[in-house]
Design a protein around this ligand. Structure first.
Ligand code: FE2
Length: 430
């Protein structure tokens, strides 16, 4: 007896007409036509069944705090950091937990089942760390929350950050973070990258730094990150988040830099919504897009995952919990509009971040966790174009969220009686 059977699904790799059988929290069979009893059967009707969405970069300690204690008037990264600094001393563990849990409800409803969240370790009381460790435990049945020790006010610039970061790691935070472009000098930034990579190597942890989140083309800490990754043998375990200065760098320099990043097997985690909103603020016209060089990084074979970064917080007054919004923005900002490009960006919010986070049992294959999302779309390109309903969100073989299919009734003379938004994509488009 199966727990759940999904019939007639399309897979992101292009296969269609597949049934997926689940028992005891795992996928036990994938085949065109499975004959078995099941506690529940879902007819996918040819719609896209995806492994869960994964958000590679988020700030769950700040989410849903928009307007506290005031709005970010300039809209810049630096005013956002200052505003967070005003809010931080007033935070209580209960308030952070409550906001984070509410956000996770939204995330799961969008099919998001794994999030890498940076958590600020600048406050030596570590209220946010205590809060997010509690949240991590409470949401574990439906969402994998991976935490990054993030010295928001600078590893060296804030006098208590270094000790607090070590304590946060002792408490169970998973990944070493950093923010070299916010240190007082290029030299301090370089030193912070070296110190933080050493901590990660000593503790056997992954690294994910906010790196060069600036329009300054001379902010080159990613070069140091690649160098120190190789030095400490951390290849394949280090991510550079944002990397926006690469947008403005000299082309000749980038022709040296990207091969160094590939040698270090760095992952790149741009955050298109936030990068488009925060960067280019000192430009008049033309205004820079503030996004790293995604096509070039992909061409060099680097893992590129997309993150949301913020939802309704001091840096961003928008956000939905839907990483397909992020992929949609990435298509536009990179001008990568072909069907195959959209599949690449679908991977950038599913399989690629799952690899960067090191998630176990992730994927649509026999033996993997029975975690998946049924979308009201036929393929990954259409999913990004429509950002459609999540018809069913399945965790460990149980439906944890459901949405009725969108079907608008029409009352137009001589026209069909309804519109299904998932019925417009060209077949076999490339
Ligand atoms: Fe961030």
């Amino acid at each position: 007896m199966l727990d759940l059977l999904v019939r007639n699904a399309a897979f992101p790799d292009g296969r269609t007409g597949l049934d997926v059988a689940m028992r005891a929290g795992r996928i036990v069979e994938i085949a065109p036509s499975i004959e078995a009893e099941a506690g529940r059967v879902i007819d996918a009707a040819g719609h896209l069944l995806s492994p869960p969405f994964v958000d590679a970069h988020f700030h769950m300690d700040a989410t849903l705090s928009l307007g506290l204690p005031r709005m970010n008037v300039s809209g810049t990264l630096l005013e956002g950091i200052a505003l967070w600094g005003e809010l931080r001393p007033t935070l209580t563990q209960d308030a952070v937990v409550e906001r984070a849990l509410r956000y996770c409800d939204l995330a799961v409803s969008k099919g998001l089942m794994a999030v890498r969240s940076h958590v600020d370790v600048s406050d030596p009381k570590l209220v946010t760390v205590e809060a997010l460790l509690e949240v991590k435990n409470r949401v574990a049945p439906y969402l994998d929350l991976q935490l990054v020790a993030f010295p928001q006010d600078g590893y060296y610039r804030h006098p208590e950050a270094a000790a607090a970061l070590e304590r946060a790691l002792d408490m169970g935070v998973d990944v070493v973070g950093g923010i070299p472009h916010f240190e007082r000098s290029m030299e301090a930034g370089r030193a912070s990258v070296e110190a933080l990579c050493r901590i990660a190597a000593d503790r056997g942890l992954r690294v994910d730094m906010h790196c060069d989140e600036t329009d300054d083309p001379l902010s080159r800490h990613v070069e140091t990150l690649a160098e120190q990754t190789v030095r400490f043998g951390l290849q394949g375990r280090v991510a550079g988040s944002h990397l926006t200065s690469m947008h403005s760098m000299d082309n000749y320099y980038v022709s040296k830099l990207i091969p160094l990043m590939a040698e270090a097997e760095l992952a790149a985690i741009p955050n298109p919504l936030i990068n488009m909103m925060l960067q280019g603020r000192h430009d008049t016209y033309p205004k820079r897009r503030g996004l790293t060089r995604i096509p070039d990084l992909l061409a060099a074979g680097l893992d590129v995952a997309l993150g949301q970064d913020c939802v309704l917080d001091p840096w961003y007054a928008m956000g939905t919990g839907d990483v397909l919004d992020v992929a949609h923005m990435a298509v536009h900002a990179t001008q990568m509009g072909a069907q195959v490009d959209k599949t690449t960006f679908f991977d950038a919010v599913t399989t690629v971040p799952a690899r960067i986070l090191g998630l176990d049992g992730y994927g649509l294959a026999v033996g993997c966790h029975a975690d998946m999302v049924l979308l009201q779309a036929r393929d990954p390109a259409e999913a990004i174009r429509l950002r459609p309903n999540r018809l069913a969100v399945i965790r460990r073989g149980k439906v944890v969220a459901e949405t009725a299919p969108e079907l608008t009734r029409l009352a137009l003379e001589g026209r069909p009686q309804s519109v299904d938004p998932a019925a417009y994509a060209p077949r076999n488009a490339t």
